[in-house]
Write a protein that binds this ligand. Structure first.
Ligand code: ACO
Length: 197
């Protein structure tokens, strides 16, 4: 198969069409894992982000979402596997509930590239941002109640189900969402500088 080189090639490629997730990836396969990089979202690749999100998520995101993402800096990243765009993470700050939290709006990767550590790399990026911001109380996100894979994935990083919102989604079934949250330790910076002394 020809190597995809243009945006259209990539969008039309098998990776974007198949929604089949690898059921089992052996240790041997993981050892052969390719290079994972995270890159900026820019006006030049925002269409690719839009296409990725359309393929990965059952929910669609509006123009404002993508306009805000372009201003989000480190809070939005594309994930590359051997230089091919295969996933993305988009976050924003949330200051409701009298607290400053980081909200993961979307985090996902194309089905054929799952269980290769790409999602973990994106979460670790988010955790690193949170680690550097002492004013943040927690990181949270919504996930459809039947998305067991994603729930297991986030639990690995210390997220817990703190609430279940009925009828959270308008156009998909099941409509209920769990709120997954990871509480950040207070005084992270001072703890760190204490350790360094
Ligand atoms: N079932 C059980 N455990 C899982 C699963 C799964 N489907 N996926 C990941 N994990 C756990 C495993 O412990 C895995 O380690 P292992 O492969 O050594 O067993 C570990 O998480 C790390 O997995 P990664 O390879 O880093 O994760 P991946 O790149 O596959 O991404 C993700 C996980 C993002 C959930 C992916 O399945 C995906 O894109 N799903 C579709 C979109 C989605 O549901 N996103 C999340 C909800 S929405 C939101 O985040 C706001």
């Amino acid at each position: 198969m020809a190597v995809p080189t243009t945006l259209m090639d990539i969008q039309n490629s098998e990776n974007f069409r198949t929604n089949e997730e690898p059921k089992f990836r052996s240790r041997v396969n993981k050892i052969k894992v390719g290079r994972i990089d995270l890159g900026e979202v820019t006006p030049h690749n925002i269409k690719l982000l839009r296409r990725l999100n359309q393929v990965i998520f059952p929910v669609s995101y509006n123009d404002k979402f993508y306009k805000d993402v372009l201003e989000a800096g480190e809070l939005a990243k594309l994930a590359y596997y051997n230089d091919i765009v295969v996933g993305a993470v988009c976050c924003r700050y949330d200051t409701s509930d009298n607290s400053r939290r980081l909200y993961i709006m979307t985090l996902g990767c194309l089905a054929p590239y799952r269980r290769l550590g790409i999602g973990s790399q994106m979460v670790e990026h988010v955790l690193k941002i949170a680690e550097l911001d002492d004013a943040l109380d927690s990181i949270f996100l919504h996930v459809q109640v039947n998305n067991d894979g994603a729930i297991d994935f986030y639990k690995k990083f210390g997220f817990e189900i703190v609430e279940t919102k009925e009828h959270y989604y308008k156009r998909i079934e099941p409509a209920d969402a769990h709120v997954l949250q990871k509480t950040l330790k207070k005084g992270r910076k001072s703890q760190k500088s204490g350790e360094d002394q």
